[in-house]
Design a protein around this ligand. Sequence first.
Ligand code: CTP
Ligand code: CA
Length: 225
Amino acid sequence: KEFWQEKQLLAGKKILVTAGPTRERIDPVRYLSNFSSGKMGYAIVQEAIKMGADVTLVTGPTDLQVPSGAKVVRVESAQDMLEAVLSRYPDMDVVIKTAAVADYRPKTVHSEKMKKRAGELVLELERTTDILKTLGEKKEQQLLIGFAAETVDVAYYAQQKLETKNLDMIVANDVKAEGAGFGTDTNIVTMYKQSGDVIPLPLLSKAEVAHRILEEVQLLLEGTL
Ligand code: CTP
Ligand code: CA
């Protein structure tokens, strides 16, 4: 192949990537969130653009610059992200969900700043919607790629999520491993495919991990033609 063909392996493919954390409001000045930096998702956006894809990024709050050429939708909460993703889903060839979506949100959002009082405070939380599981239930032509952030029994939980969310592939990382996880510029992941293939990757930059993931996506897309 010519070099320019190599670079356009995803030409014309519509890819939606979610990235970053979500924020779940407690009151006008406080929220619940997590340590996601958004780097893995933004790296995928960057690589997918290089490979010729038409990329939409749905992102929670991060400090990162959006790669040029991507369409961007900025969201705050899990509910916002759900709505942003669902409305664009029918049109997509591929959805890659790197976002660290909050599993719980405060049951009541106070409209005024909460004042401190003597004694303990108990916050009541309710479950957010599992966006990826919802997409899995509605899946038609789309390839659905999930991420799994684990600290123990990585393979077991990753494969469980692959099945229960009806994914084509899940990318698992041990967020406690050295050189992996939140905030770092490198990652160590294993890809588990619906077919049963298991592809472990060594310690790589997030850009390189993104490239390897997208090469698998390209193979999966070829398989669906
Ligand atoms: N995810 C999602 N919506 C949620 C929670 C998670 O779309 N409300 C997605 C994430 O974007 C990720 C995948 O589900 O692609 C796995 O997220 P993870 O937190 O590892 O798994 P959970 O299913 O939330 O289970 P748990 O946190 O209990 O391990
Ligand atoms: Ca979770």
